[in-house]
Ligand binder design. Sequence first.
Ligand code: FES
Length: 401
Amino acid sequence: MANVKMSFIGLLDMLRFKNMKVQRDKIIDSTPVTALVENYASNLNAAARHPLSQTFTIEDIKVRGKGDVKTYTLRRTDGGNPAFFRAGQFVVIRQMIDGKLIARPVTLSCGPAMTLEGKVQLTVKRVEEDAFLSAYIHDNWKVGDTVETSGPQGTFFYEPLRDAKKVVAIAGGSGITPVYAMANAIADGDEDFEMTVLYGSRTKKDILFQEEFDAIMARTDKVKLVNVLSEEEAEGCEHGFITADLIKKYAGDGIYSVFAAGSQGMYKFLDGEAEKLGLIKKYYRKELYDNIGKPWNYPGYPMEAKDKVFNLKIKMCDKVFEIPCSANENILVALERAGVAGPNRCRGGICGWCRSRLLSGDVFIPEDTDGRRAQDKLDGYIHPCASFAVSDLSIEMPLKR
Ligand code: FES
């Protein structure tokens, strides 16, 4: 038999441990058996702040610009308040079109304070290439209709721990909507930073929200709007493109963050300007929530795939679908065209909600929109919203969440 030595302290510890067990058993035995609380206040609170879906009734429609942009005022149908959000976030609109469930992210184009009045606003530009939703909304949504959206999502908002106190916001066309939401939040006292907006439009007629920005600038000196026109010279406006020199002119001295919201083409140009300015990554942020298309505009695209249609096999739980997949559209759009509802949110390759496993075949993923984790890349996962078929494919996708 082994000779085990134990110190006095060790013996005390062992006795304490044995006593602890006895005490614990006593407490368990004497505890009354009652059912668990069904709804903890914290869970109810979390569900109200982060709802999976919200139902609205269209209260008002305002036509803007050249008539190709409309702002919809939506009131919560049940009379409650919509979920509070951070200025710059979006909701996903879910719409049945010809028996197919189509979803698209749309930025909330109002200050978060509007939720306290029971409503929010969405601004939609009619984009013919996105024949699915924007054209449908413009042609069909009318006052009194019911609209279903997700809760607020996205990370394109001001974060004081990361962003500089001074922000130069660069917006192109309808990309002004998240910036307009931020300007409202500053004027309402919901956000505390200074923002100079460089707003790029072709001509004066293309400028959106001018009157609203004028009203905001009358309320606060923390927001300044500078219109930059590319195809027209006009008094009080800058002319040309939003270059590094122009950004520097309005940023002035000291540290500043650049927030950019616009098209992929605009981002491509701005990336070069941001490099000239020597902006570090955390001070250069882009809104990347949009349907990704025209993959041939991204570096590295295999042009021989353009205009081809491939065969796409999708495994979803115990179901298998085989559908045609145009190389010119992302895989998520191909699924929607075929009436297969896959999980999605940001549609910009960032959130990972549509994460799927590539079983066979090749895809093109633009580097700019590749939001996959390093391990997912190694394990063969793709984000179908940011992936384009360049051969016949087989993928395994989770069910709609
Ligand atoms: S929907 Fe967000 S990554 Fe695809």
